[in-house]
Design a protein around this ligand. Sequence first.
Ligand SMILES: [Zn+2]
Length: 260
Amino acid sequence: MPTVHEIENALYGWAPRELAADWDNVGLLVGSGASKVSRVLIALDVTEWVADEAIAQGAELIVAHHPLMNCRWHEVQSVVDDNAQGRTITKLLRNGVSAICMHTNLDAADGGVNDILAQKLGLEGLSMLNEEKIGRVGTLKCEKRLEQFLSDVIQLLGCRGLRYRDAGKTVHRVAVGGGACAEYISNALAMGCDTFVTADLKYHEFLDANGINLIDAGHFETENPVCGAIHDFLAERFPQLAFILSTSHNKSVIEYYTET
Ligand SMILES: [Zn+2]
């Protein structure tokens, strides 16, 4: 049986550590590199639900995208059980579950978050949206009306809905940025894109958008396709292991709509 470290190293072969942003925290974040692994749970986030799911499934390792701690939004100063982060870390350690997180290095990697998102949406001839290699630009085989493209995005990413700004342009040259990539709207415009698919857009970012269709398709929905890619990558290299795709990692944000 491979060790946690062997699996971490294999993942670095795909998404090298050097590709990660300097504020980021990637790799083995919780647990023991020497532990033997027979079952792996793959998830976008290591939430308490995901930790429970790993324990219930008998997984010794979680491979996830977002860092559990010590990055820009999860700075750990203590591990105590009066907050969700401390409880999650404690639960993992008590139950011998390790966690590997591959974040901005996997955003940037060939075949990582953004390549997978672009391919899912049918984009071809991909190039980089920015120097950080986070985000891609490509073209659709055929130009589409925006309404058609919106419905394709919903179907292809499994969204329940989305938010958008109509710039009055048909969709052909499209930028994608999985997760929160509003800061790259100007890059998308500079690269001649008519449409940008990303997530976590603020109200004023929609208001200020000029000359580009802006689509907020959801943070989870734009990044979750990478879980399937992690699965395929690891299953090919470690055929002796059992892999489980999380069914609880989408519980953090639930959409509620009423019919009008
Ligand atoms: Zn993200």
